[in-house]
Design a protein around this ligand. Structure first.
Ligand code: PMV
Length: 361
């Protein structure tokens, strides 16, 4: 259970004027992957991610007076333009959380949202989008209720709400390394919201993530569909066991600064995620030949140089290259002289260990 209450606040009198709030929230990259869900967006296994810096969503939410209450009224602008598909998704999400925020049916809402990374980047924006929206909702709720939560309670509440929009979004609420899902290895962990990893060796705060874009088109299989393929998957039980073990080991590794075993777990998780896709009923493959080429090159380069660079993958063909600040120069040479040079898209996005969301207004 959560250790806080949603008070289910209604406005006692109609709003007299529009109230706005703006948050910037980052995306995150999973090191231990969340793959498979149950109940109301609850994970079947714990996951652990790194919050990014540059890949962010900036969201302004305005609540305006409304004559008569009723179902959620939302006007959405994405990059200053109406977007029917995104608007529909956000309206459905808001309608699904009116039990937490009954005032959503008493106001008119305007959601203005932008990403700080290019459209064609192939980066999943649901984590940054839903975490930014959850933060805006929590801020408005506090304002309407006239309550002042401490920072940690506020972020936890936002993490709980973000999870209901997109599971991985609940991990974007905190700086650095974040864990979502109940595990015996971390006191206070929960399936309902993410928590910051409490002990992180300084070396891991210097982590970099360069995304090598292999293909930026929309995924042929959505993550919702991918999660559902874990129901009845022949390896489901073994996967949960493996994710729990990897989470527990990674928590220890993050504490001690053991780069070698960090690499072992991170690559094991990336390959497992894609192996699970391939071995599900009606299996599918999101890696492309170029993805495999890059993976092989990274492993070869590591063997030859002894540098601490590894790869991870999201549910798509693009490769996230993880490495450390003190080896930027050598890894950059690999990126420029090989990874993107021989790559038709020739696109990279440089990101790094992030400080978490920021309130802009
Ligand atoms: O949050 P969702 O439902 O988009 O799922 C994300 C799943 C992965 O990105 C593949 C893994 C993860 O833990 O982020």
């Amino acid at each position: 259970m959560t250790n806080f209450d949603f008070q289910g606040s209604r406005l006692t009198s109609a709003l007299s004027e529009a109230v706005s709030v703006t948050w910037q929230s980052p995306s995150n990259i999973a090191l231990v992957k969340y793959w498979g869900k149950t109940g109301r967006q609850l994970p079947v296994n714990p996951s652990l991610s790194m919050t990014l810096s540059n890949a962010c969503t900036v969201t302004k939410l305005t609540a305006s007076p409304r004559k008569k209450e009723g179902s959620v009224e939302l006007d959405l602008l994405f990059d200053d333009k109406p977007n029917a598909v995104f608007g529909e998704r956000m309206s459905m999400f808001l309608a699904s959380i009116t039990e937490y925020y009954p005032w959503l049916e008493q106001v008119s809402l305007k959601l203005e949202t932008k990403n700080t990374f290019p459209h064609s980047a192939g980066i999943a924006s649901s984590a940054s989008a839903f975490s930014a929206l959850a933060l805006c909702l929590c801020s408005l709720d506090n304002e309407f209720l006239g309550i002042l939560l401490d920072e940690s309670e506020f972020r936890s509440k936002a993490s709980y709400i973000a999870r209901l929009g997109s599971g991985s979004a609940c991990r974007s609420l905190f700086p650095g390394l974040t864990l979502w899902g109940l595990t015996k290895s971390l006191h206070g962990s929960s399936d309902m919201l993410a928590v910051p990893v409490p002990e992180v060796h300084p070396v891991f705060t210097t982590l970099r993530d360069t995304i090598i874009i292999v293909n930026s088109r929309e995924k042929p299989v959505s993550s919702t569909e991918g999660h559902s393929r874990m129901n009845g998957h022949a390896f489901a039980e073994a996967r949960v066991k493996q994710a729990k073990k990897n989470t527990s080991e990674l928590l220890h590794i993050l504490k001690t600064g053991d780069k070698k075993n960090f690499i072992r777990i991170v690559e094991n998780e990336a390959l497992t995620l894609h192996a699970l896709m391939m071995t599900s009923d009606n299996g599918f493959m999101l890696m492309e030949p170029e993805t495999v080429r890059i993976i092989r090159k990274v492993q070869e380069f590591r063997k030859e140089t002894g540098l601490h660079v590894c790869f991870t993958l999201d549910a798509g063909p693009n490769v996230h290259l993880l490495y450390f600040e003190d080896e930027i120069e050598q890894v950059n040479k690999l990126i420029v002289e090989d990874l993107i040079k021989n790559n038709k898209q020739n696109t990279r996005i440089d990101d790094f260990y992030g400080k978490g969301p920021v309130k802009l207004g």
